[in-house]
Design a protein around this ligand. Structure first.
Ligand SMILES: [Zn+2]
Length: 198
């Protein structure tokens, strides 16, 4: 950032007393606004139908033409679940029940300055529709998934693991981090499959 979003004057990197790192601060003494830069929150949802997961081909950059799980940035004034369901609907017109969304993974994308929060939820119906953001949408099993054309190769193992757990109806909850291409995922909780089912 070069200019203050509050008053339009130039900003400069300054060490502010008591802070552990330098910040962009407005050079206009009458304003002096400190512009903190913090991670954005990326939400996504594994939306499932029978033994398949809803996957979309990206219609926009980056990675246009590659496949991805629907995702997007959280807005102010919404919950994580509302954000994930909204992004799913905006991109694919597919619907999930917010009350049935379960937390799957939360993690840090260090270089991208993003936190990702992934839910899983059954679709309310198998209806969906292409949009500007999704040029093609499919319900795919693990065998059908376009692994080589997946947009985010660094975390494709997360998708593989989801499919395996989905097959067994036995899910973990994970904390992850992606730094310099190194994707680390740690299970922090586990939901045992109910006995007698699957
Ligand atoms: Zn200013």
């Amino acid at each position: 950032m070069n200019f203050c979003s509050q008053c339009g004057h130039p900003v400069e990197l300054k060490q502010i007393s008591g802070d552990h790192q330098a910040r962009m601060q407005c050079t206009n003494d009458a304003c002096g606004m400190v512009h903190y830069q913090n991670p954005k929150i990326l939400v996504s949802c594994f939306a499932t139908w029978e033994d398949k997961v809803l996957v979309m081909k990206r219609g926009t950059e980056p990675f246009v033409g590659k496949w991805a799980i629907p995702s997007g940035f959280m807005e102010n004034d919404e919950t994580l679940q509302e954000a994930a369901a909204r992004e799913l609907f905006e991109e694919t017109h597919a619907k999930v029940d917010i009350d049935k969304m379960e937390l799957y993974t939360i993690g840090s994308l260090i270089q991208m300055n993003q936190i990702y929060v992934v839910f899983r939820a059954p679709l309310l119906s198998s209806e969906f529709q292409t949009t500007e953001e999704a040029s093609e949408i499919k319900l795919l099993s693990k065998e059908e998934f376009p692994w080589l054309d997946f947009a985010f190769q660094d975390v494709s193992v997360n998708v593989q693991r989801f499919y395996e757990e989905f097959e067994n109806d036995d899910f973990g909850v994970y904390v992850g981090s992606l730094r310099n291409g190194e994707n680390i995922i740690t299970e922090v909780s586990h939901r045992q499959a109910p006995s007698g089912e699957k």
